[in-house]
Design a protein around this ligand. Structure first.
Ligand SMILES: [Zn+2]
Length: 440
């Protein structure tokens, strides 16, 4: 395996990774643009785009911002509302994997920025069926989240005729340098399918052997080109116009708007994945089982490129976290109704043989960053080891945050106003079979 001499990325990165003659990856090279571009000028370009959109909008909402209770949601809303003076509609896809902290962050977000929000909550039974299929077909328990997150806002844009969707970072350029900032790449159907969804579209889940029907994946079907063209929908990424630094942006949001952070089990980054039990848990562990690296590599590579972490510390972080068994696995297995062994039997089919080999039923890594300590010395000299991620005070320290809280259904719960998916559970209400009157 080839590993970048500056950051920690391997050549089997699923988005594709190219290295130059000095052994530096394209992600690191594109990152250098952050210190070369005229960001004032680039922000002016953003102002022009958004100003035109304001003129085109339906005099109500100027744009859509997809939000979760984590990630860059706060910072995007801050830029759009406070710096660009727009009136955004926040759009949230409810992943069902929410932590209470994430729901608090989301509620606080709409409150402190005083924004309207629209949420999609799909039936849990329906979602389980789809997730069961994606596990069996692709070894993925997170497809519904990535797909819902990238589909629902676009559907809302079409329905409400709001032509502009504003995303935060372009993750593929940020990680692998797929595009230069100057390309000003926008969100497209193709980019969503190939990169965000690893080539899996909702339509691919419907086939003879599948238990999922076409109507059941309707919520995950991306609007057709003619629908998008009618409204003129486009999706832009702020990271092409603002020098992106997720850590310092989050810190600004902690200080100014009370964004809550929390310790994470599989990475040192306490800011990004707090909204979800699985994003930096079992979902991330599956990334390790498939590609031999995980989120901690993403996070450490980013900090190395921003000159806040030495490569050596980055490698130590990877050693500490990357193969850590996820504590949230049972929560997920209970929800989906699957045994651990069965679950991993599907995942093992998707191990990348370039990095994994099977020796007497034992999966062994062929290589790892630990064997590639030689680094880009000139760059390393400039690094400071000053990379502390803050953990904020928990706003509800007395409340356990160890089970899903299903937004939008909480108030049918007779016991604790927590998560309850089925009203027959716990005897809150019995399921009654209704006889439908005949149409004749
Ligand atoms: Zn690199």
């Amino acid at each position: 395996m080839i590993y970048c001499k500056r950051c920690l990325y391997p050549s089997n990165h699923p988005y594709g990774m190219i290295f130059d003659e000095n052994g530096i990856c394209m992600g690191c090279r594109v990152h250098e643009e952050k210190d070369q571009l005229d960001w004032k000028e680039r922000f002016k370009r953003l102002q022009k785009i958004t100003h035109n959109s304001k003129l085109m909008s339906n005099k109500n909402f100027d744009c859509i911002i997809p939000v979760t209770g984590g990630g860059d949601s706060y910072y995007i809303v801050h830029v759009v509302k406070n710096l660009l003076g727009m009136n955004p509609l926040l759009v949230n896809y409810n992943s069902h994997y929410n932590t209470k902290l994430g729901i608090r962050n989301l509620a606080n977000l709409t409150t402190v920025f005083d924004c309207d929000m629209i949420t999609s909550t799909i039936s849990p039974n329906h979602l389980k069926k789809i997730t069961n299929q994606t596990i069996k077909q692709y070894g993925s328990m997170y497809w519904q989240v990535l797909s819902g997150y990238t589909t629902f806002p676009v559907q809302v844009a079409v329905k409400f005729r709001i032509p502009l969707i504003i995303w935060g970072v372009h993750p593929w350029s940020e990680q692998t340098g797929m595009f230069s900032h100057l390309d000003e790449v926008e969100m497209t159907h193709r980019c969503r399918k190939e990169h965000a969804l690893m080539g899996i579209s909702a339509e691919d889940l419907v086939h003879k052997k599948s238990e999922v029907s076409r109507s059941e994946v309707q919520q995950f079907i991306y609007p057709y080109d003619n629908e998008l063209e009618k409204v003129g929908v486009r999706g832009i990424y702020l990271s092409n116009y603002i020098r992106w630094d997720s850590k310092s942006q989050h810190e600004q949001m902690i200080d100014e708007y009370g964004y809550e952070t929390a310790e994470m089990q599989r990475t040192f980054n306490t800011y990004e994945d707090v909204h979800c039990f699985h994003s930096a848990g079992i979902h991330d562990y599956l990334k390790f089982l498939k590609y031999g690296y995980s989120k901690v590599t993403d996070h450490a590579s980013r900090e190395i490129r921003l000159k806040r972490m030495t490569r050596k510390t980055g490698i130590n972080m990877v050693k500490k976290y990357t193969d850590k068994y996820p504590s949230d696995l049972n929560l997920f297995l209970k929800w989906i109704g699957m045994q651990e062994e069965e679950f991993f039997s599907y995942v093992d089919k998707f191990r990348d043989k370039k990095i994994w080999k099977n020796d007497n039923n034992q999966w062994i890594l062929r290589d790892s960053i630990n064997n590639h300590l030689k680094s880009d010395d000139l760059f390393t000299k400039k690094l400071k080891d000053d990379c502390e991620f803050r953990i904020t005070k928990n706003a509800e320290p007395s409340i356990k945050d160890d089970e899903y809280l299903l937004m939008g259904r909480a108030y049918v719960d007779s016991r604790n106003y927590g998560s309850q998916e089925d009203r027959s559970v716990g005897g809150a209400m019995t399921k009654r079979k209704w006889k439908r009157p005949s149409i004749k």
